[in-house]
Design a protein around this ligand. Structure first.
Ligand SMILES: *Cc1c(COP(=O)(O)O)cnc(C)c1O
Length: 388
């Protein structure tokens, strides 16, 4: 039986998959079972931040696998300490909790916000405002947090206590920010929602209103974080620092990880026995994560991310089929005039280029390490399709 048939026979059909069986990868390129090569502008939805099988990253990961691959969180590991230290140093946050995914990082953030408020103000102040069109994960609670009706089906009852405010509508937020609210949770750039960046004025208003009421700000940087926007955190583009920030996707270069970072105000909220994860802070993921941090913070790296992003954006804006280009840095949404995003992705696959969609847009999340020559090659394929 071929791979796709075998797969479909035994793996649940929860994804709309493309007929590509990925066999190996190197840098920005991957190869399928038949030996056809693809330039990957999606990097596993922004997870392979250093591309496929980066050498230093792979060395760090392999060395860790060969020393300690896992230990329970009843014990300490040096690699988790080193990774946490570096992550706090880079971001300026006080402490971190490690889980295994974006949804888990957000669950942790939600628990912290509710307990912070419970400890300080008692019961009844537990609502969390999230934004319409947001995406926060697939667990029942993070689905509830997700401000899109299509996700609120079948699995009733959902977790209570989420209120949805319109993005970039300060009045709507103000009206919903009553005394039952403990936190506002948002993505600076809504990724799955269509690569839409929030307005700076709205972000300013969120922080100001929350500060006045001791309501926590949680920023979901699962997709925007770890250098994707040309800054380590997307919040740096807005000059803002949330009380709690969550990271995942690109953090460990393609290994499962989630991180929930807190400032001093929130770092003592979760005490022994109130939260945990068997695999959280797994040494191999931490080793991969540390290798990512070292690379992303190396001299000039983030400036290069911005330069590459500027190049892509300039090329796209010259293309008559492109209506508009959204997002920040290497998180790019492309609105088209006549073509359907899904058709463009299919045609690109044929031509050896992997793309993503986000709602009605084509979405690009290339590896941060992509080199100029590969970038030019990929853009040529994309522009040709758009002009065809
Ligand atoms: C992908 C994503 C998540 C969910 O992450 P998982 O690792 O799939 O659980 C949450 N929030 C945002 C903004 C995301 O892009």
């Amino acid at each position: 039986m071929n791979t796709i048939d075998k797969f479909n026979e035994h793996v649940m059909h929860t994804y709309g998959r493309y007929p590509l069986v990925m066999e190996k990868g190197e840098g920005v390129c991957c190869t399928d079972e038949a030996g056809k090569s693809y330039i990957d502008f999606g990097s596993g939805i922004g997870t392979n931040s250093l591309g496929y099988c980066d050498e230093k990253w792979a060395d760090a990961v392999c060395a860790q696998v060969r020393s300690v691959q896992h230990t329970s969180n009843y014990y300490y590991t040096k690699i988790q300490a080193d990774f946490a230290e570096k992550l706090c140093e880079i971001t300026g946050y006080d402490k971190v909790f490690f889980g295994n995914s974006g949804a888990e990082a957000n669950e942790c953030a939600i628990k912290i916000a509710r307990k912070y408020s419970f400890d300080k103000y008692g019961k009844g102040r537990n609502k969390i405002i999230t934004l319409v069109n947001s995406f926060h994960g697939r667990t029942l609670t993070t689905l509830s947090a997700t401000g899109q009706e299509v996700f609120h089906n079948y699995f009733f009852p959902f977790t209570e206590g989420f209120v949805y405010a319109e993005a970039n509508n300060t009045d709507d937020l103000k009206n919903k920010l009553d005394d039952t609210v403990c936190a506002v949770m948002m993505e600076y750039i809504q990724g799955e929602g269509g690569v839409n960046a929030l307005d700076k004025d709205f972000v300013d208003a969120v922080y100001q209103l929350c500060e006045e009421k001791d309501v926590l700000v949680i920023t979901d940087e699962v997709q925007t974080g770890v250098g994707r926007t040309g800054k380590f955190l997307a919040g740096d583009n807005f000059g803002k620092k949330a009380d709690i920030v969550t990271l995942a996707k690109g953090l460990a270069g393609g290994l499962p990880i989630g991180a929930c970072l807190t400032n001093k105000k929130c770092s003592g909220v979760l005490t022994a026995g109130t939260h945990g994860s068997t695999f959280g802070g797994n040494p191999v993921s931490c080793a991969g994560g540390l290798a990512v941090l070292q690379r992303v913070m190396s001299t000039g790296f983030l400036d290069e991310v911005t330069e590459k992003a500027d190049y892509i954006r300039t090329e796209l804006e010259k293309c008559p089929e492109v209506e508009s280009v959204s997002g920040i840095g290497l998180m790019i949404g492309i609105k088209l005039k006549t073509k359907k995003a899904a058709d463009v992705v299919k045609e690109a696959l044929d031509k050896g280029l992997l793309l993503l969609t986000a709602k009605d847009k084509v979405r690009l999340l290339p590896p941060l390490t992509i080199e100029k020559a590969e970038l030019e090659k990929g853009m040529k394929i994309l522009i040709n399709i758009l002009e065809g």
